[in-house]
Ligand binder design. Structure first.
Ligand code: CP
Length: 308
């Protein structure tokens, strides 16, 4: 199996075989993370810049660690302390950084399509670390890896995505990947937080949380994006939790063989209760660990394409 893409901009662009290839390759890197010495010299020739124009804890640290574990040179950029503050354009910022002989770009940006734009403007391989409400492909890959690690397959699994789907790039990438791999995807949110045309996504959707959770093997709970709730999408946090929060009582509706996922950051007591977030069924921190391995695999495969 080969991977024909120069960049990873979204799971929309990948075939099921390519997604499975990335998941399979990630296994070897996951093993490296269990060793005493977690660093390999594989990418010591590579220089990567992590361009974060939006806040991040997990993705940013995970990419940096993945790059360092592969012995790449790493430069971190934060918009808040850069010349973007002085009015420099995205294109000028990126081209100035590339003039310092950088081989690959990881970018998170609030604008949909920012990673596509940077790839077109520079010709350099780009990894999308989240672009607005569009895609977050490495998050979806680590979610898929975590599901596969537990169930060993996707066919026929009921995966419920619960929460603020309207604003979620994680949901969009997960929907793409899960559909391609044969899972049954159910979206659940208040009507205002479902995507505008849910039927166009080719998945089931409901506003009824009991129906969505009933018999589900996986529930992926999404953060209520508090910073994007200015449009009056929900009456109050209290009511959101009452009707769409994942409580211990509601987890009884899930299939006995289930896992509870959350991409983070978590709003405890809003979309998920604290006791559920800390329960034995949750794999939230496993997702974070798997994220480093998956990002190592993506970096390794895309770097290999530079050398072709
Ligand atoms: N899951 C995720 O993207 O988290 P961060 O925003 O902290 O990177």
């Amino acid at each position: 199996m080969s991977f024909s893409h120069k960049s990873l901009l979204g799971l929309k662009d990948l075939t099921a075989e390519e997604i499975l290839y990335l998941l399979e390759e990630s296994k070897a890197f996951r093993k490296i993370l269990e060793r005493d010495v977690k660093r390999v010299p594989t990418l010591r020739w590579l220089a990567v810049v992590n361009l974060f124009f939006e806040a991040s804890t997990r993705t940013r640290i995970s990419f940096e660690l993945a790059e360092k574990r592969l012995s790449a040179d790493v430069v971190n950029f934060s918009a808040s302390t850069s010349s973007v503050k002085k009015g420099e354009t995205l294109r000028d910022t990126v081209n100035n950084i590339l003039a310092m002989k950088i081989d690959m770009i990881v970018i998170r940006h609030s604008s949909v399509g920012a990673s596509h734009y940077v790839e077109r403007a520079t010709g350099v391989p780009v990894i999308n670390a989240g672009d607005g409400t569009n895609e977050h492909p490495t998050q979806a890959l680590l979610d898929l890896y975590t599901i596969r690690e537990r169930f060993d397959h996707f066919n026929g699994l009921k995966v419920t995505i619960l929460g603020d789907i309207r604003h979620s790039r994680v949901a969009r990438s997960n929907i793409c990947g899960l559909k391609k791999l044969g899972a049954k995807v159910v979206l659940c949110a208040p009507k205002t937080l479902l995507p505008p045309y849910p039927e166009a996504l080719g998945v089931e959707y409901t506003t009824d949380i009991d129906e969505a959770l009933s018999g589900a093997n996986v529930v992926n709970v999404l953060r209520l994006q508090l910073e994007r709730q200015k449009g009056g999408y929900i009456p109050s946090l209290r009511e959101y939790r009452m009707f769409w929060g994942l409580t211990a009582e509601r987890t009884k509706l899930l299939d006995p063989d289930h896992i509870i996922m959350h991409p983070g950051p978590i709003n405890r007591g809003v979309e998920i209760d604290s006791d559920v977030a800390d329960s034995v069924d949750n794999v939230i921190l496993e997702q974070v660990t798997n994220g480093v391995a998956v990002r190592m695999a993506v970096l390794y495969i895309l770097a290999g394409r530079i050398k072709e």
